[in-house]
Design a protein around this ligand. Structure first.
Ligand code: F1P
Length: 356
């Protein structure tokens, strides 16, 4: 059988190399953060398109949680059309806004057009987060943080997503000089290596044995951006309709569609654990199947879900954000393979959206 999506599969299976390589450059990243911190940053706005916007959603939550600095995620198109709505209306004489455009290619048209608006604006410090340091974006920003092994061969974003999200985790940890957090981030490549083989086999097996019509992805906090990206992988790779919600938002109406043809993937958090467990019991009672991924899972959760992954680390949920996405990438890949789709040439998609 033709090996569909070889490059994409390899990109997913070797993300730990991109993470390790990014973390090796800690000192370079630290120099950038120190330069930026010479400014009195009042607010940080992360912008992105597609998957990169979902990095921004998860990253803004993480950056505020770790540094305490006001942080927000805005789609590139919104910052292009309505910058005055998102930029702080009042700044004291030395306060600045840090704008962080996130872009694997550094070429997406909305990001470039948005950033070109601020070329002369000294109240905005511009930091690019990218996998392409020879990009238009890097030429129009003051600083850049670069994931040198993040860029995929494949069109589909996988290791670029997780390595740039790891980038925001490292930025925030360096910002507050939390050496313990930096040490914890350095555990992620090993945690990936310890789990990837089992995860891949178990997911391939589940996809082979079960068929669903509807796919829901749920998460709170930093896992909401992860749920967004999981939804997008299902669409881009498996050409399958899927949705994402904050976990408890799903109860306010969308849960009405749950039946025995529904797979709900829950990225279960620490603070939200008990409520998300009750939600899982409710969704199970409607006939839905649960795929639960979390740090430590109790027996009740394990009984509820035909498929569950327990990471078993001492790490907080935010630190696990890049890792917890990986099972959803594998789910989309194996469903695409089952459907005989060639993920190297996904329907209607291009690697970069450079014009509108
Ligand atoms: C990323 C992106 C992807 C999308 C497609 C087109 O742009 O929008 O999210 O899946 O591959 O490109 P960027 O990160 O390069 O700006």
């Amino acid at each position: 059988m033709k090996e569909y999506g070889k490059d994409c599969y390899q990109d997913i299976l070797n993300q730990d190399l991109a993470w390790g390589s990014f973390l090796e450059d800690e000192k370079e990243h630290e120099k950038v953060i120190k330069k930026i911190k010479r400014n009195n940053i009042k607010k940080v706005i992360f912008i992105g398109c597609g998957s990169s916007y979902y990095i921004a959603i998860s990253g803004a939550f993480i950056f505020k949680k770790i540094t305490g600095i006001e942080s927000e995620a805005v789609p590139g198109s919104e910052m292009m059309f309505n910058p005055e709505v998102y930029l702080p209306s009042t700044l004291s004489n030395n306060e600045k806004t840090l704008l962080v455009p996130i872009s694997r290619s550094g070429q997406s048209i909305e990001i470039i057009e948005a950033m070109n608006q601020f070329k002369e604006n000294d109240n905005i410090i511009k930091l690019a987060l990218t996998c392409n340091k020879k990009s238009k974006l890097v030429n129009i920003t003051d600083h850049y943080i670069y994931s040198k092994r993040g860029l995929e061969k494949s069109l589909i974003m996988s290791r670029s997503f997780t390595s740039m999200l790891l980038g925001i985790l490292l930025m925030a940890s360096l910002w507050v000089k939390n050496t313990q957090l930096v040490k914890e981030l350095k555990q992620l490549p090993t945690l990936f290596k310890n789990n990837i083989k089992d995860w891949d086999q178990l997911i391939e097996g589940h996809v082979t044995d079960f068929d669903y019509e509807k796919y829901e992805f749920l998460g709170q906090g930093s896992y909401f951006g992860i749920a967004n990206e999981a939804m997008l992988k299902m669409k881009e790779m498996a050409i399958t309709v899927s949705e994402d919600f904050h976990s408890l938002e799903f109860r306010h109406g969308p849960k009405s569609i749950v039946d025995s043809n529904t797979l709900i993937t829950l990225f279960i958090g620490d603070k939200s654990y008990q409520r998300e467990k009750k939600l899982s019991e409710e969704l199970k009672s409607y006939g839905g199947d649960l795929f639960i991924i979390g740090n430590s899972l109790d027996d009740k959760i394990k009984e509820l879900s035909p498929l569950y992954f327990e990471i078993n680390s001492e790490l907080k949920e935010e630190i696990l954000s890049p890792l917890i996405l990986v099972p959803a990438q594998l789910l989309a890949y194996h469903l695409a393979s089952k459907k005989g789709l060639d993920v190297e040439n996904p329907k209607n998609l291009s690697k970069v959206v450079e014009n509108i």
